[in-house]
Design a binder for this molecule. Sequence first.
Ligand code: ZN
Length: 398
Amino acid sequence: MKLWTKLILLVLALGLGLGGYIYYEQKQLENSEIQSFEVSFNGTTIEFLDLQMHKPILGSLIDLSYYVHQDGFNDLNSDQMLNTFKVDPRAKVRISNELGEDVPYQEALVLEPGRYSISVNIVDGIAQYDYLFHVVVDPEPIISLSDLQPSQGGLVLIDIENVSKATEIQVISNFKPSAIYRTAHSAQFYLPMAYQSEAKNYGLQIVVGEDVFDYALDVQTYAFKESHFTVPVSISSGTVGNQDAVKQYRDAIYPTYVSFVEEVYWKGPFIIPVEGARISSTFGEKRFVNNAKNPTRHSGIDYAIACGTDVYASNAGIVEFADFLIMIGNTIVIDHGLGLKTYYEHMEDIVIKAGDIVEKGQLIGHVGTTGYSTGCHLHFQAMVKNQSINPDVLYRLE
Ligand SMILES: [Zn+2]
């Protein structure tokens, strides 16, 4: 047998390079004359014993091409020794996952967590070379939070990259998270800072599979206003003082606190749903109605403007509810995805219907003074589950 040294260079080129690691080991089989493997990622050669060698991103591609080059020819010059040629046509390469299923190596290999075995068999005349090595993909999730110092009534958007769909995600928090949107390799959810909560530090723990991530949310004080006003009995008796109206309201609206669509429709900042209006009641305002001792809280923003003014969808979404309710008049609820919803109340009329998919800025109805209302205005409210959030936060979203 010729004293050839076979050197196989396996090039695993990754699209991105953060988080987790690939574990690599090699095994020399009987009858093989393996001397060394070289593995490089993104052009950087990796030491064989370095087990923390690189950081895969789930769903990125491994371009699995290998090179066989002839080495160790004492009778050849160095130029020839360095000569490499791509993909020895005599070689048979087989890649299988931990279930023993073949993964086509000619195409890019999409990384999923798990263990891959790569065997290379080369028959060269009467000599046969077998190589077997393993790649273990165990990626680390990458979590980003939109805000670590949200205000009372604020909203924190949380993105998790590098997590496969099968990995369990748990959120441990004083606040109630939205549903979690999962794609093949990422996850997204919202954490609303209920405006009634005290401004202080709150722990937040996100558990992704077996990885635990701890955060501190430093909730900032929001300057809620106070107001005192009277509402005529003629208005309150038919609405908040009317048991039928209360029941109708609960039956229609309470289910919207738990339902959600899994798609994410909204994109970019939300818009103020009416143009040129005056704010007549602010978010979270403490309202002392008819000289009450204890205030009620105003959970949205009131935009006062002439009846008949156009009302626009604040962002894209699916219309969950569009109907008249004795309590709050003509009402629209739009789910923008994962249960992040906007509510439009007291309208004169409604020009869309439940089930419609609306675009940001689409006309959905007109300002009115239906239901428990003393003048033409739009009550606009944003919620995640049963927690109202400050619409101002949505207007400033990226
Ligand atoms: Zn209002």
